[in-house]
Ligand binder design. Structure first.
Ligand SMILES: Cc1cc2nc3c(=O)[nH]c(=O)nc-3n(C[C@H](O)[C@H](O)[C@H](O)COP(=O)(O)OP(=O)(O)OC[C@H]3O[C@@H](n4cnc5c(N)ncnc54)[C@H](O)[C@@H]3O)c2cc1C
Length: 498
């Protein structure tokens, strides 16, 4: 025992600020590299946005609900020499999403690309070859570019000497960098409902399809070729399983201990300061949103103003509703589209407000895990896209949207939804910011509404301090659980092995 402690003492120290998905993944990877890792977390719990809400027999995943690229979680277990199946399991979903329009049209988006194309032909009368071709193009573009754009640092010269660059260049014309996603979809899909369905993928990184570049047309490849998954125990099991794994790698967690300063000395970071004291480290990782990392933890450092000044991605208003009835017509993921998608995104990104009759996302994990709701009931996570918080009157907006959502869903499902709500909690942009320190409560850091968004995100390292690194949804390669996990992989690869 004393020998082991002796060994630990000899290891160089790494500190991770925050235990979101990327903070946990970075801590695990740094421990594997031979560092003694301490994680400081402001909350009493790990996981950041991947947490839970519970009450009256209902359990809800508080944040993310759509799970793609599960191998990015399991590779962390394999990296540590563990069999992931003993700790984290998941199954593939046959139906990626159930879509509903206000005129009564409904469509099941099968994860299998061929089945999806057939369903589109049956429900919308669009030849299956159109969706088939769209998804084939998306697959080719993704395969040609993901190594460069999602798995490498875009801010290191070395990256541009890789064969991946040549491969990506060969597919430049399929990246549609000079068109918007909506323009690409209009051209390729034409049918207004199909265009709306594929425009929706812009919301996967909190952007507007009318502004985000056409390169986002490769996102459907994740759902319809690679598939969507459901982790046993819900999304929260990503947090619990990675926390357990990190602890088995001897990572130490300091909960309820917010970092207040990153201490810098002569071009290097020497450690961090919390209300309880100062801690030294050879390497510091910030999993805190990059804007408050600069503004609050190192206000005197040279901040990359252009990067930090970018408009934020959308945020969300979420109602966690315990519903005393079951709806067989609903799936795990359900979308009830608004009539005017363009108006909806203009309201969010230009007026910083919420459209009168917004698109509604309903996630029901009790469809997969019956114990998430009492018998005969369902746990509804009801989400509407809203702008990031710039001081709007959220009380008034929430009251208005709640009414609108109840009215819309009651009509579509032919049931008085208000009378079925037995439990209710709320999350809005302000509470997202309070709970996770995400600047303005944005879900995905900066919005990707610029053709150069990929290059405008903050790198995974600091230009100023050689031993300071960044991971998480607000830095490269972007927001969402898979990209946050990739940010940890990219950032830790930049740290020397011990
Ligand atoms: C409502 C909602 C729905 C979403 N839906 C999806 C989805 O369906 N699919 C998907 O892939 N993604 C989704 N996302 C996005 C996804 O949740 C995030 O991109 C991802 O979880 C971000 O992880 P992160 O590593 O950046 O850390 P975060 O989850 O942002 O956590 C950061 C952590 O750092 C801690 N921290 C911050 N500052 C300090 C400090 N100074 N000291 C100590 N600790 C600090 C915070 O307390 C927090 O625990 C959603 C997000 C939300 C909120």
């Amino acid at each position: 025992m004393s020998l082991e402690i002796g060994k630990l003492k000899e290891k160089p120290k790494a500190i991770v600020i925050g235990s979101g998905a990327a903070g946990l993944a970075s801590a695990i990877r740094l421990a594997q590299k031979g560092y003694a890792v301490d994680v400081f977390e402001a909350n009493a719990y790990a996981g950041g946005k991947i947490s839970v809400v519970e009450g009256k027999g209902y359990r809800f995943d508080a944040g993310p609900s759509l799970f793609t690229l599960p191998q990015l979680v399991t590779e962390l277990f394999t990296l540590c020499g563990e069999d992931p199946s003993g700790h984290f399991t998941y199954h593939r979903k046959e139906v990626a999403c159930h879509y509903f329009w206000q005129d009564g049209t409904a469509l099941k988006a099968w994860a299998d690309a061929k089945a999806f194309a057939r369903e589109v032909e049956e429900q919308l009368g669009v030849n299956a070859r159109i969706v088939d071709r769209y998804l084939r193009d998306a697959a080719q573009a993704y395969e040609a570019t993901h190594t460069l754009f999602l798995e490498s640092s875009l801010h290191r010269l070395k990256t541009y000497l890789q064969p991946a660059v040549l491969k990506a260049m060969g597919h430049l014309h399929k990246l549609y960098l000079l068109s918007t996603l909506n323009q690409v979809n209009q051209k390729k899909l034409k049918h207004p409902k199909l265009v709306q369905l594929f425009n929706r993928f812009a919301t996967y990184n909190g952007s507007s399809p009318y502004q985000t570049p056409g390169v986002m047309s490769m996102i459907p490849h994740l759902e319809h070729n690679l598939g969507t998954y459901y982790p046993k125990g819900g999304m929260h099991s990503i947090t619990t399983s990675l926390l357990g794994l990190a602890k088995r790698q001897q990572v130490r967690f300091y909960f309820n201990e917010r970092v207040e300063e990153i201490i810098t000395e002569r071009g290097r970071v020497s450690g961090v300061r919390t209300a309880r004291g100062s801690y030294k480290a050879e390497v510091v990782f910030s999993n805190m949103d990059v804007v408050p990392t600069y503004r609050k933890l190192m206000p005197t450092a040279k901040a990359p103003e252009k990067t930090l000044g970018q408009a934020r991605s959308s945020s969300a208003l979420i109602f966690y509703w315990g519903i005393t009835k079951q709806f067989p017509e609903l799936e795990l993921h359900n979308i009830f589209f608004s009539e005017d998608y363009k108006g909806e995104f203009e309201a969010i990104f230009e007026e910083q407000s919420v459209y009168a009759d917004p698109t509604i996302y309903v996630n029901i994990s009790s469809k997969e895990e019956a114990t998430d709701a009492p018998p005969g009931c369902e746990n509804w996570f009801v989400m509407v896209n809203v702008p990031a918080n710039t001081g709007q009157d959220w009380e008034a907006l929430t009251a208005r949207i709640r009414q609108q959502v109840i009215q819309h869903l009651s009509k579509r499902l032919d049931t008085d939804i208000a009378s079925l709500i037995a439990f209710e909690e709320l999350l809005d942009p302000r509470s997202i910011e309070n709970k996770t320190y995400s600047y303005q409560g944005a879900l995905y850091g900066a919005a990707s509404n610029d053709p150069l968004s990929a290059f405008l995100r903050h790198p995974n390292f600091s230009w100023q301090f050689s031993n300071l690194f960044f991971c998480g949804g607000s830095v490269h390669p972007g927001g969402g659980v898979p990209l946050a996990l990739l940010s940890a992989r990219i950032a830790t690869a930049l740290v020397p092995d011990v």
